[in-house]
Design a protein around this ligand. Structure first.
Ligand code: GBH
Length: 455
């Protein structure tokens, strides 16, 4: 068999993990089953006008009932890992108090099925589906929610930690804070004033730290934990040493209330100066909790942010707006920047000395038109993945410690405020019949995994 791409030039390190990612509310459906309580996304998606196609996650792709078929799809890809999220309102229908054992049972079954297929499970504790009961008591505006997250995370680590070794705490604080609490376009749909938003940010990172501590304390064997953040990725528009330094400084500052405070244990001077009287209220003890040591850093990588050095004084960088002609994928926000998959992990290693990095999400939407033969020839998704993965390979070849990659997403699913019109899956789902059909990009990814190289 001819080898199109010699391994020496495009290979990934031995043992590199290849997987896909999903999130509970986006795939599970079964929202009233086995004692699950409502989440803020149930509430939000049922409000008129909030979801572009008027849809909800009530049924979605019915993964709750079809998980065995879905694990078989992963196995057919040759995937060695899988990142899923646990629905907090399945485990604690009221957010706190008495757990619902039947809710956790689903994840027990899923984990067993994955292990049987030789697929390493990575569980995310929070992918935006806050129990509605906690929202009714103030949600992320309340410090109590951070405490409740710690209790929930500790409970899950105790129950699943015997078979799940790797956990991510909260997925993309940046997104659920900014979109949910400032712009109001994601659940819970709030448009808080600046101090309120900063306080929500603080409670999110505090929840992460409390979660890390509670999970380590209650797991019955050592487990490994880290965040999964959608960072602003500073890219030197031209790779000179000065521009690279500017991009590093910008990356640290733009992520000040998220990854930077989690990994450094302090808010940057620039962040505190910029927020001024609207800065979050916090204690020195909070900062210690927030910076509880993690085992790895998870990065969701989609879009680029370009910088060059600024010759004048602070902040030493100049953010470059994208020209209106800049290309994007099927989603208008999804501007194409393959080099983001090189710079995001490199910055994590340079700025915060990250010793172990996972790409917790990367992938793209496509129009995904059905061809006459019923297949989907998503060559745009293949183009996107091939270019991004080439940049990831550059990072690993240079020694940046990336250990695995989770492609978003296994299946087409409920794309939040976009509903079902936007498809991110390697596998097409017919939302009427629930029939799964791997797209051409699934064949591409299978080839990447088989070769452990950009195919
Ligand atoms: C990730 O967010 C999420 O973790 C995942 O759940 C999601 O399905 C996936 O990416 C694909 O979107 O509608 O113009 O206001 C990536 C960051 C932030 C990108 C919110 C889309 C909304 C843009 N996302 N953003 S807009």
């Amino acid at each position: 068999e001819a080898d199109a791409a010699p391994k020496s030039q495009s290979g990934f390190p031995d043992g590199f993990l290849w997987g896909t990612a999903t999130a509970a509310y986006q795939v599970e459906g079964a929202v009233h089953e086995d004692g699950r309580g409502p989440s803020i996304w149930d509430t939000f998606s049922h409000l008129p006008g909030k979801i572009r196609d008027g849809s909800t996650g009530d049924v979605s792709v019915d993964h709750y009932h079809r998980y065995k078929e879905d694990v078989a799809l992963m196995k057919a890809l040759g995937a060695t890992s899988y990142r899923f999220s646990i629905a907090w309102p399945r485990v604690f229908p009221d957010g706190t108090g008495t757990p619902n054992p039947k809710g956790l049972d689903f994840y027990d079954r899923l984990v067993d099925e994955l292990l049987k297929a030789g697929i390493k499970p990575f569980a995310t504790l929070y992918h935006w589906d806050l129990p509605q009961a906690l929202q009714d008591r103030g949600g992320w505006q309340s410090r109590d929610t951070a405490q409740a997250f710690g209790a929930y995370a500790g409970y899950v680590a105790n129950k699943l930690g015997d078979r799940v070794e790797n956990f991510f705490t909260l997925n993309e604080m940046l997104t659920f804070v900014e979109h949910g609490h400032a712009a109001g376009v994601f659940a819970p749909g709030l448009t808080l004033p600046p101090q309120g938003v900063n306080q929500v940010r603080h409670h999110a990172v505090l929840a992460h730290g409390l979660g890390v501590q509670a999970m380590r304390a209650s797991a019955r064997r050592p487990i490994r934990i880290g965040p999964a953040e959608n960072i602003t990725i500073g890219i030197p528009a031209v790779e000179t040493p000065e521009n690279i330094r500017a991009a590093e400084i910008a990356t640290r500052e733009f992520n000040a209330p998220y990854l930077t405070v989690m990994l450094e244990g302090r808010y940057t001077d620039a962040y505190l100066a910029a927020t001024g009287a609207d800065a979050p209220k916090f204690t020195a003890e909070d900062l210690k909790i927030i910076a509880s040591p993690v085992d790895f850093v998870g990065l969701n990588v989609y879009t680029p942010s370009f910088f060059v050095v600024a010759t004048d004084a602070a902040p030493h960088y100049r953010a470059l707006p994208l020209p209106s002609s800049y290309p994007h994928m099927a989603s208008p926000w999804l501007t194409i920047g393959p080099e983001a998959l090189y710079w995001a992990p490199r910055h994590a290693a340079t700025l915060w000395n990250a010793k172990e990095i996972y790409i917790t999400e990367n992938g793209t939407s496509s129009a995904d038109q059905l061809a006459e033969d019923g297949q989907i020839y998503d060559t745009d998704r293949i183009m996107y993945l091939r270019n991004y993965l080439t940049q990831l390979q550059r990072a690993t070849a240079e020694g940046v410690p990336v250990r695995g990659y989770f492609l978003w997403s296994l299946l087409d699913n409920f794309e939040w405020a976009d509903g079902y019109a936007t498809r991110f899956g390697l596998v097409h789902v017919d939302y009427t019949t629930q029939k799964r059909t791997p797209k051409l990009s699934a064949a591409f990814y299978r080839e990447v995994i088989a070769r452990n190289a950009v195919a």
